[in-house]
Write a protein that binds this ligand. Sequence first.
Ligand code: SF4
Ligand code: SF4
Length: 426
Amino acid sequence: MSTPHDAMWEKLNIDLDAHSGLLAVLGKFYGDIYLSQSGRLKGMEYLDFVLSEVHGLRIKEIQEAKAAGKKVIGTFCVFVPEEIVLAANAIQVGLCAGAEAGKESAEKILPRNTCALIKSFVGFKLSRLCPYIESCDLVVGETTCDGKKKAYEIFNEYSPVYVMEIPQMKNACDRDLWKTEVLRFKKKVEEVTGNEITAPKLSEAIRIVNNRRKALQRLNRLRAAIPAPISGRDVLLINQVSFYDDPIRFTSKIDELCDQLEERVKTGKGIAHEETPRFMLSGCPMAVPNWKLPYVIESSGAVIVGEESCIGTRNTRDLTDESGTSLEEMLEAIVDRYMKIDCACFTPNTERLNNIVSLANELKVNGVIHYALSFCQPYGIEAYKVDKAMQKATIPMLSIETDYSMEDVEQLKTRVEAFIEMVKVK
Ligand code: SF4
Ligand code: SF4
């Protein structure tokens, strides 16, 4: 079926047939998982619209910005400082990597036992399915895990990737390394965009990104009410959209939605009964359209009230200090803010364990569901330490390892239902 965006996609070298199949599956999936929910806030219509136009109007907007001279920078990890990209008058987009489409092409060149996220971004490129990847003037990778850093070498044969080195420990020498990398990235972004990053521009960019984080923090505070006023699925979607929507527009839409949420909380109304078991998700990022586990959990009689994940609180918890006045001070503040990220690529990663326990207590959860993508060593192995920390804090935990396929949905449902029963008895 042809659409008004076909000519634009063709120009971006998208495989139109495969792409139309992907959009059809996505639309059906979205209808079943999202639109079927009852009691959604009016403000979610904006998110539904953005999602329905994810490869359409937003790409058109990006193409128009490119025609006016803006550059587009694609990223795969929350370590890439968006403040620097915005200060150079460029657009940053998170390259999602949350779908199975393209897996077959990816498995021709990657070992089958590679995590689904890596297979997804390689597969999307090889199968010419993602108009975001094809719109990028620069794709930024990072050395967070071995799978990613080796996959970027292959991706680079199809599309150049600039790789940032991420420290793996948090000693003074690691901060020095990170500062060098932030400065190298700044130089690269200035080269690609042809724009110099000045103190006033960086200061404005820091405020824009912080304001988005503040809106998401407000959302997180409001959703913590009992009964839960918004579903975990909806909040996950909001976090996912935050990676590719215009940051200023997105922030104002989320603030509007929070106003509605505030009203709902005042009336004591929830989307689930107050006795409904409350869970927190913790672990690997869930990129669009990876909604499988949240759907399984919420359709089994529980509600998700927090995501300890990069598409969740890991990306929004820490603000960049806004008090710096010189470029040097602002860059130092960026270095410090990003060093606080508690990704499982760090060793040791005690900060993450402490953060999970305090978030779980703050949110008054009945349990934590730890989620690791199959073959993800950082999160898969760290699940053991998380489990120990949960036992010590007497918070029940269920550890799940899965991928993007739908084959294990029934099995996951059985495990989640058993966990719900267990926390109810407790
Ligand atoms: S989990 Fe780690 S590697 Fe993945 S996006 Fe987050 S910080 Fe980056
Ligand atoms: S999910 Fe794990 S293995 Fe996959 S890219 Fe992220 S850190 Fe690497």
